[in-house]
Design a protein around this ligand. Structure first.
Ligand SMILES: Cc1ncc(COP(=O)(O)O)c(C=O)c1O
Length: 495
């Protein structure tokens, strides 16, 4: 007969020196766990033998307690499927309450969470549920991902795992992978680095979190692009920093405007290769101005280079870090766009003299990054699949981008205002006379994932529109998706 896996025991504190019998203590322990919702209906409980072993007692009191719980209907037992918490018990409503609602509830009742966390919640702004489908900004072209090849590398590493692969890895990340990334960054992005400066992280978000722990103190002011990447705002809010929005124009972040507003900011976060969300490329003169400002002020520049592998027009743009002669730039990259976001792998290129500080901060965060997928990725890059993948996907995304632009022109008229079409896997459309948040909520009901442009603004003068991802929508599906968008927007009287 198939072996039934054992369930997990609730915390039952057995006291041997009390007048309460062992049987009663086990019975009460289970009853309490069921009534307060920590054990849910249908959940498997351990066998009597396993529980007796875990509690270090004989099996008899456990058998008696289980018999009582079965008799009273708390447990049910079926041949072949073990003993479970009875499915006919009413599910307690507290379990279904979403985490966000619960945290707001806690706040209302005066239970104290940190001010930073409260700020982080509001910094995230409007939150739209995410789903898979047209225009989702984070979704990649999964239909063209080389899955069989990836799986064969995963299997190779799973089969060959020795003692080393079970231990903590290098806190900087797997050396072979860092060497390959350093080589790629030097050639393709003009980044000045070697493997010793690269720290592997679980995506840019963690890279930013560790960077802000190293460089920033609570109360420090940080420039952020306006509009900008709102998930980065949460990191600064959690670090207790004050975000200073600095407007973006056709040349990227307006350095003079930032200097006028808050000349002594401690750091700035920029996306110079493909500004998020407007998509402009930062001009050479702005780059030099920013480097000068950072140098003269002793400030840090955090460069988020999240999707520049896919560029369709104009000259390739190199990194800001490559222009820096004073080691003022911390460069953050990610595999979320170029491969896929579930991988949760990114990297930070650290100025050489700061590596020790980053290591100190990393120990506080997670000691060392997970090793398995780093090894898979090192082979993926080392065996030439990465470069091939970028070439293939660039063609595919270019087709999808062209189809989106054409359909937007066809259905909205040639005057539709678009920005950021030169690179990446999204573009933005600017629309007047609508509420982008309201349309986004309505779109989600129809499986259309519209990121509202206004949520990227911190100040009051937000522009309305949408950030439209095109990575996952095929050329064939594009007309229908754009038509749905057009219907939604027109029904709200946009111009
Ligand atoms: C501006 C920006 N930075 C970074 C990222 C990637 O974040 P992560 O590497 O944490 O997945 C994204 C993803 O959408 C982004 O839009």
């Amino acid at each position: 007969m198939k072996k039934v896996p054992s369930g997990i025991a609730p915390v039952i504190q057995i006291q041997k020196q009390t007048s309460n019998s062992l049987y009663t203590q086990i019975y009460e322990g289970y009853r309490k766990a069921i009534v307060d919702g920590s054990l849910r209906t249908g959940q498997r409980v351990p066998s009597t033998r396993v529980l007796a072993l875990e509690l270090g007692i004989s099996r008899m009191p456990v058998l008696n307690a289980y018999a009582q719980l079965l008799a009273e209907g708390y447990f049910e037992s079926r041949v072949g499927s073990g003993t479970v918490v009875s499915k006919s018990l009413p599910q307690r409503t507290v379990q279904a309450e979403p985490a966000a609602a619960r945290s707001r509830g806690l706040q209302r009742e005066g239970r104290q969470v940190s001010k930073r966390c409260l700020n982080a919640l509001s910094a995230q702004g409007f939150y739209r549920s995410r789903g898979l489908g047209p225009f989702n900004v984070s979704q990649i072209g999964f239909d063209s991902f080389p899955l069989p090849l990836w799986n064969s590398l995963v299997t190779r590493h799973a089969r060959n795992g020795g003692a080393k692969s079970f231990d903590y890895g290098d806190p900087m990340g797997l050396k072979e992978l860092r060497e390959r990334i350093a080589e790629y960054l030097r050639i393709a992005r003009g980044v000045r680095c070697d493997a010793g400066q690269i720290m592997m992280v679980s995506g840019s978000q963690q890279g930013l979190e560790i960077t802000s722990r190293v460089l920033l103190d609570p109360g420090d002011q940080v420039w952020m692009e306006e509009p900008g990447y709102r998930f980065a705002r949460s990191v600064f809010a959690c670090s207790g920093c004050v975000v200073v929005p600095v407007r973006v124009d056709a040349e990227g972040l307006n350095v003079a405007a930032g200097a006028k507003k808050c000349g002594r900011a401690r750091a700035v976060l920029v996306t110079p290769s493909h500004q998020y969300p407007l998509g402009v490329t930062m001009s050479a003169s702005r780059r030099l101005q920013l480097l000068d400002w950072a140098e003269s002020n002793g400030s840090w520049i955090i460069e988020d280079d999240y999707d520049s592998e896919y560029r369709y027009e104009g000259m390739p743009v190199t990194s800001l870090q490559g222009l820096d002669r004073n080691s003022r730039v911390v460069y953050i990259g990610t595999f979320s766009k170029v491969l896929f976001p579930a991988l949760r792998l990114g990297y930070v290129v650290i100025p050489e003299d700061l590596v020790e500080w980053f290591l100190a901060a990393r120990f506080a965060v997670d000691i060392a990054p997970a090793t398995f997928l780093q090894a898979v990725l090192a082979d993926f890059i080392g065996e030439g699949h990465f470069a091939r993948h970028i070439r293939r996907m660039r063609l595919l995304y270019a087709e999808r981008r062209n189809a989106l632009i054409e359909n937007l022109h066809d259905q909205f008229g040639s005057l539709v205002e678009m920005t950021g079409t030169e690179a990446g896997m999204h573009l933005s459309v600017l629309l007047n006379g609508i509420s982008d948040r309201e349309i986004s909520v309505r779109g989600a009901r129809d499986n259309l994932w519209l990121a509202p442009l206004s949520s990227c603004y911190l100040g009051k003068t937000a522009r309305q529109g949408f950030i439209l991802g095109f990575g996952s929508t095929s050329v064939k599906e594009m007309p229908t998706a754009v038509h749905k968008l057009q219907t939604l927007v027109r029904s709200k009287g946009a111009t």
